[in-house]
Design a protein around this ligand. Structure first.
Ligand code: MN
Length: 193
């Protein structure tokens, strides 16, 4: 088995009341595990078995792309949260957010809006290009901005499985609450990589 599921850096009930233990157990424990298991079975005995996950995402399509990208996206999503994280951005990332979106609060509003208006299942992303310019993008299904030469920094999952157990149809409320658990030190490290 080439790819394994990394252990989360917090307890399954640590993000309550924003994300419940049940959602962590289903969303990370079952949905994400299924993407990784399917990815492993699809690449076995193929040239993809020798590639890093990012390379598979860039070079695959169809079912393999969907499972590889979903495997990557969920790790990226769950590892940006922490119950004792840094709650506001600072430094170069804060400067870039302020310059491009007006303020950190304005950025959050635009990001929530992009997540709330995405039709169907998908992801809302903050990414940067190679010059440091920031982009908010909506992506359907398993999409990932790295296929468009952007470096992902922050992502909110807007598939119903991400919020339905805790918020039912209230996607906008779920998006707003996620800011309470984002660890901006993780996002800053991604930005400065
Ligand atoms: Mn998901």
């Amino acid at each position: 088995m080439k790819f394994t599921q990394p252990r989360l850096p917090y307890a399954p009930d640590a993000l309550v009341p924003v994300i419940s233990q049940t959602t962590i157990e289903y969303h990370y424990g079952k949905h994400e595990k299924a993407y990784i298991d399917t990815l492993n079975s699809l690449i076995e005995g193929t040239p993809f078995a020798d590639m890093e996950l990012e390379e598979i995402i860039r070079k695959s399509d169809g079912k393999l792309f969907n499972n590889a990208s979903q495997a990557w996206n969920h790790i990226f999503y769950f590892f940006q949260f922490h119950p004792e994280g840094k709650r506001e951005p600072s430094g170069a990332l804060k400067d870039a957010l302020t310059e491009q979106f007006g303020s950190v609060e304005d950025f959050k509003k635009k990001f929530e809006e992009a997540g709330a208006t995405l039709f169907g299942s998908g992801w809302v992303w903050l990414s940067r290009d190679d010059k440091g310019k920031l982009f908010i993008t909506q992506g359907s299904n398993a999409s990932n901005p790295m296929t468009e030469n952007l470096q992902p920094l922050l992502v909110f999952d807007v598939w119903e499985h991400a919020y339905y157990l805790d918020y039912q149809n209230r996607r906008a409320e779920y998006l707003k609450k996620l800011w309470d658990i984002v660890d901006w030190s993780v996002i800053e490290n991604r930005y400065e990589e």
